[in-house]
Ligand binder design. Structure first.
Ligand code: GLC
Ligand code: CA
Length: 505
């Protein structure tokens, strides 16, 4: 929400929408990075960890926002980007000057690339720096040099950053690509090196940080690493996103997983893993790096309501802490654009540049539209006023949603079948049920057409049936009463596409 009509969303804008979030019923927000940055990678390239980008407001505005959230019982999590800085950061600007600069060892330098590592955003992960004739490592964009975590000074700096924001009043961090901070030089791997746990414990296993909610982004961590990382005894993290390879955009093959069997696997495997190891599972479909789930995984046309509510029910009946992305709560779809100027995501712009002379324009733009992380980043579509209510008419920083006229919050709320209202109800339902929050999970699936599971706590028990995209005859619990559904509450076992139902046993 852009409060001062300069085209850019800002802290005051968010603050003005807190009542909306209260109404939705959520109890914590994660806000992606707003620190000083040249914005090559939407703020994940930080040039000053202690300041905020002027466009978003001042530190006082940020403080006001955090306080206002707290007054409303909502916790606030910031993004901690610890693996890399912006190349515009003072440390890097110093480091490139000479091999004996005091900041040189804040980054990794090589006479020649030691591995053929690829950057996550295309091209080699090593970039030549002409000032000193050496290469530096960047796991992401060229302008995001990796910090050298083997250097104790870097770890000290990061502790200072964390402590500054803890004193500011933040409740926790979402730790960006955390498994990348420790490389495995011996095995030639870019993440999960032998020192990973040691580093995480060093920064977070302290008194100052012990009450924070810390959620890692650790896609390449295997189950053993995850169990260590988030077990309570070790003083590392509270939770970690799991199963990135199950629901993820595959850039190289230009495809999006999953199919419905993958969704079943994702929800079942990680709930069981979490349950057996006393971990927290954060189920999610969307974030700022992904497509909109109704478009990529279901039906964003005539069954948009059914698709969105199907996903909502999966999330809020899970054992764990569900995460949703702005707009997901009223079924925002992907947005389609013909011109590359209407995109901002560095990874899709790199893809465009690399393939400009390879693919014909039509195919190229189809892929860009399919893969772009901008689907999760476009300005919110609040209503039917100018710029869909994002601001008062100034050109927004990123092109508005192509279906904003049809799909916006105001239109959703006018409908009898409102996705937002469904979200409110399922969140409320969950919050009032110990079985859904703490209850044991059991996978009862017997068919490849639908997913069936139970949640149980003391004498409270639910069986949940989630039918995939085709009509099917499902096995309904004989002793169960249908108490919640995205279709009428009858006892039929003939389920329509994306029909879900919660049975009280
Ligand atoms: C994470 C962020 C993504 C960012 C990348 C590099 O994956 O979610 O948006 O581009 O890290 O910081
Ligand atoms: Ca603004």
């Amino acid at each position: 929400m852009d409060s001062n009509n300069d085209g850019i969303g800002d802290f005051k804008g968010i603050t003005s929408k807190i009542p909306y979030l209260v109404e939705l019923g959520i109890n914590a927000v994660w806000i992606s990075p707003f620190f000083e940055s040249p914005n090559d990678d939407s703020g994940y390239d930080i040039s000053d960890y202690y300041n905020v980008q002027k466009e978003f407001g001042t530190l006082d505005d940020l403080k006001e926002m955090v306080d206002e959230f707290h007054k409303n019982g909502i916790k606030v999590i910031f993004d901690l980007v610890a693996n890399h800085t912006s190349s515009k950061h003072r440390w890097f600007q110093e480091a490139i000057k000479s091999k004996d600069n005091p900041y040189r060892d804040y980054y990794y330098w090589f006479d020649k690339p030691p591995f053929d590592w690829k950057s996550n955003f295309g091209g080699s992960a090593f970039e030549y720096s002409p000032e000193t004739g050496q290469y530096y490592l960047h796991s992401f964009a060229v302008s995001q040099p990796d910090l050298n975590w083997t250097n104790p000074k870097v770890r000290e700096e990061m502790k200072k950053v964390i402590d500054f924001w803890v004193d500011f009043g933040v409740d926790g961090f979402r730790c960006d690509v955390l498994d990348n901070i420790a490389k495995d030089w011996e095995k030639g791997l870019m993440s999960n090196g032998p020192k990973f746990h040691e580093y995480v414990h060093e920064i977070f296993g302290r008194d100052k940080t012990k009450n924070l909610y810390l959620i890692g982004e650790c896609w390449s961590a295997n189950e053993d690493i995850l169990c260590d990382l988030i077990s309570e005894e070790r003083g590392e993290l509270t939770a970690s996103f799991l199963g990135g390879n199950v629901i993820y955009i595959d850039w190289n093959n230009n495809k999006i997983s999953p199919n419905y069997e993958d969704i079943h696997t994702y929800f079942s495997k990680y709930q069981i893993l979490a349950q057996n190891n006393n971990l927290i599972f954060p189920p999610f479909f969307e974030n700022h790096d992904r497509n909109r789930s109704v478009s990529s995984l279901a039906n964003d046309q005539d069954l948009r309501y059914e698709s969105a509510t199907f996903f909502a029910t999966l999330l809020y009946t899970s054992f764990g802490t569900p995460f949703i992305l702005q707009g997901e709560e009223f079924g925002t779809t992907n947005s389609y654009h013909k011109n590359i100027d209407e995109f901002n995501d560095v990874s899709c712009i790199n893809f465009y540049k690399e393939n400009k002379n390879v693919l014909d324009n039509h195919e190229l733009m189809d892929k860009v539209n399919f893969l772009s992380r901008d689907h999760g980043r476009r300005p919110m579509v609040w209503d039917n006023s100018v710029n869909f209510g994002f601001n008062k008419g100034a050109t927004p920083w990123l092109a508005l949603h192509s279906r904003g006229k049809e799909i916006n919050l105001e239109n959703d709320l006018k409908k009898e079948k409102s996705i937002f209202n469904f979200y409110k109800e399922i969140i409320n339902f969950r919050n009032s049920s110990k079985a859904l929050i703490y209850g044991e999970y059991n996978d009862l699936t017997t068919s490849e057409n639908y997913y069936k599971f139970s949640r149980e706590y003391e004498d409270e028990k639910y069986i949940i049936i989630c039918n995939y995209d085709k009509p099917s005859l499902v096995d309904i619990p004989i002793n169960g009463k249908k108490v919640f559904s995205n279709y009428p509450l009858n006892q039929s076992n003939n389920f329509a596409p994306f029909e879900i139902a919660i049975y009280e046993i």
